[in-house]
Ligand binder design. Structure first.
Ligand SMILES: Nc1ncnc2c1ncn2[C@@H]1O[C@H](COP(=O)(O)OP(=O)(O)O)[C@@H](O)[C@H]1O
Ligand SMILES: [Mg+2]
Ligand SMILES: [Zn+2]
Length: 369
């Protein structure tokens, strides 16, 4: 899978320009924070970066001196002798991080029950020295799910951290991390992936895989991947497998031709609507992507109509009540896609139902205002 095959393995390979700069500054600074908090949306490179950091501090070809014995409260002193701070990705230590077999680099998922139990154990084990590396690195994903009790125990370690321990917490939800923990972590903000950065990543994959794809389609993928490197890589892979590599084919496959969907629905002509869906799926359109796109547009319309967002261009003239009804029906259709024998069926049911609901209540699908 592209998104795994092209997971960045060095700081240089991180296409997130801001993060790249922050990470190199940390690695060049000769003192490494005991705890880092990586905050950002899904698919922005938190896990990849955590692994790069874990490798960089433990790489056998990076001549870092041992963690100094003089303990400070927030950083541990290290010294880079070699010019490069990049992990080599070929020594025993680097490889063991990549295949999750390192006894010293431990990845936990705080979202699972198992994770919470693991955190208790790690807190108990944290006084042990690393076995084969310079540092024990604990990577805790979904850190906002850590229980209060486990956070308290973690805080105790962070208040007096052993020199050879590094915690890397990753979360999509910074507000749920206690302030006491936050204040002891070095924060790296991944935010949302920028379009231009996503485009750079896509171009690298296209070059390496020798894919012939239209440039505007690449830009379209970058724009519609929900600010996530992972989603963009997945879209590119789907389009490549399906050989939808021209702009029009790709746009249709990604369900990005929803423009006149709402217009037709608004007219209340059920026959025309069903014909549109039929034509859409017959010509290779992807219903899943279409529903995702429709829901995104409805959500935007809802936010604009309820005054949360201002003055964005919305091509939807439904009333809030209708928007909500549609969102419900489309969400249901979306979850039924997996069990439906015919791909377009759940969407067809949703529009017919929407039409019936509003017709029965005698609310004509008239335009707002
Ligand atoms: N900075 C980046 N540069 C290039 N590709 C990236 C970057 N960040 C993420 N990716 C792509 O997205 C995938 C998921 O990244 P990951 O680090 O697991 O994100 P997160 O942990 O934030 O959800 C990677 O395997 C890679 O394909
Ligand atoms: Mg992750
Ligand atoms: Zn190495």
């Amino acid at each position: 899978m592209f998104y795994l095959k092209y997971r960045p393995k060095t700081v240089e390979q991180l296409d997130n320009s801001k993060v790249k700069e922050t990470v190199s500054r940390i690695l060049l600074s000769h003192s490494f924070p005991h705890a880092l908090l990586l905050v950002g949306q899904k698919g922005t490179g938190k896990t990849s970066t955590a692994r790069i950091l874990a490798k960089a501090v433990n790489c056998l070809n990076n001549k870092w001196v041992q963690p100094s014995q003089s303990r400070t409260t927030s950083t541990t002193h290290i010294k880079v002798i070699k010019e490069s701070y990049e992990p080599c990705n070929s020594c025993k230590n680097c490889l063991s991080v990549d295949n999750s077999s390192s006894p010293d680099v431990i990845e936990l998922d705080a979202a699972s029950n198992r994770g919470i139990e693991d955190i208790r154990n790690l807190i108990r084990d944290s006084s042990f020295y690393p076995m084969v590396s310079r540092f024990r690195v604990y990577i805790i994903d979904e850190a906002h799910m850590i229980t209060k009790e486990a956070f308290n125990a973690l805080l105790k370690i962070l208040e007096e951290p052993p020199t050879s321990i590094i915690f890397i917490l990753a979360t999509t939800n910074q507000e749920k991390i206690p302030k006491t923990i936050l204040s002891r972590c070095f924060l790296i903000n991944f935010g949302k992936a920028k379009n231009s950065d996503i485009l750079a990543m896509l171009k690298k994959i296209v070059d390496k895989e020798k894919i012939k794809i239209s440039e505007p389609l690449l830009e379209l993928i970058a724009k519609h991947s929900d600010y996530s490197f992972r989603d963009a890589a997945k879209f590119l892979e789907e389009l490549t497998i399906q050989q939808k590599l021209t702009y029009e084919e790709g746009r249709k496959f990604l369900g990005l031709i929803s423009d006149n969907f709402f217009e037709i629905l608004q007219k209340g002509e059920i026959k025309e609507m069903l014909a549109w869906i039929h034509e859409f799926s017959e010509s290779g359109g992807n219903v899943k992507h279409l529903i995702e796109q429709l829901l995104e547009e409805l959500r935007l319309a809802l936010l604009v109509q309820s005054g949360v967002k201002i003055a964005e261009e919305v091509g939807i003239n439904f009333k809030i009540k209708e928007i909500i009804a549609l969102m419900k029906l489309l969400t249901e259709a979306y979850s039924n896609l997996k069990i439906s024998p015919i791909e377009s069926l759940p969407l067809e049911i949703a529009v017919v139902e929407f039409y019936n609901q509003h017709k029965q209540k005698n609310i004509k699908l008239e335009k707002k205002n």
